[in-house]
Design a protein around this ligand. Structure first.
Ligand SMILES: [Zn+2]
Length: 263
């Protein structure tokens, strides 16, 4: 059976470490590199529930997209039982569960987050949205289609609870996607001639400016726009290591709910 180190190497061959942003923290972050792995749990995030799920299924390794510590938004200075993060990391260490995180390197990688998003939305002929290869632009395979129809497609394809969007009054044909929080690239999508941008975590002002700027903006949620990559991770690992038992987390799902008047 492969070791944690061998699985990390295989994932880095796909999504090289050099593609990660400098504030990021990717690779084998927890565990013994020489430990033999039989079962793997794949999840967008590592939460306390995901750790319990891994332990219950006998998984020695969790592979996630978001780093479980020491990236831009999750500094870890202590490993204390009286903090949620410390408790979770201590639980993982005691149960000998390893963690490999593939984040902005997997956003940029061929066949990573953004390519998975394109595939789900039937956008073809992809090119990069940014110089760092974060995000993609392409053409809607069956476009142009009315925005309302495309919004329905996005929601269904990504399994959204609901989504927020602004209509710039044009049909959808040239589409930019940015899995996760890519609001800073709206201008870039416009400069590349896109009529529509699908991303997440957009602000009120992003939406307010969308109409005058002539771009349809769709905020399909952080979880839905990135969770699509889990399937690619599972397929890639299973192809490389057919002997591994690999499962997608059943406990981790979208936490954001939408209240709609009249429901
Ligand atoms: Zn993300």
């Amino acid at each position: 059976m492969p070791t944690a180190r061998e699985i990390e190497s295989a994932l880095f061959e796909w999504a090289p470490k050099e593609l990660a942003m400098d504030w990021d923290n990717v690779g084998l972050l927890v565990g013994d590199p020489e430990k033999e792995i039989h079962r793997v749990l794949v999840s967008l995030d590592i939460t306390a529930d995901v750790v319990e799920e891994a332990i219950a299924m006998g998984a020695e390794l969790i592979v996630s997209h978001h780093p479980l510590m020491n990236c831009k938004w999750l500094p870890v200075q202590t490993l204390r039982e009286d903090t949620p993060q410390g408790r979770m990391l201590r639980r993982m260490a005691r149960a000998d569960v390893a963690a490999i995180c593939m984040h902005t390197n997997l956003d940029a990688a061929e066949g990573g987050v953004n390519d998975a998003l394109l595939r789900a939305l039937k956008v073809v002929d992809p090119g990069p949205l940014t110089e760092e290869r974060i995000g993609r632009v392409g053409w809607l395979e069956d476009g142009p289609v009315p925005l309302a129809e495309f919004v329905r497609r996005v929601s269904r394809a990504l399994g959204c609870n609901g989504l927020r969007y602004a209509d710039a009054g044009k049909p959808v044909h040239r589409v930019a996607v940015g899995g996760g929080a890519c609001g800073e690239y709206v201008g870039r999508a416009m400069a590349l001639g896109c009529d529509t941008f699908v991303t997440s975590d957009l602000s009120y002002h992003d939406f307010l400016d969308a109409g005058p700027n002539g771009i349809n903006l769709i905020d399909a949620g952080h979880f839905p726009t990135e969770d699509v990559v889990c399937r690619e991770v599972i397929e890639g690992l299973q192809w490389r290591f057919p002997e591994l038992q690999i499962q997608k987390s059943a406990s981790h799902r979208e936490v954001i709910q939408y209240y709609v008047e009249g429901d």
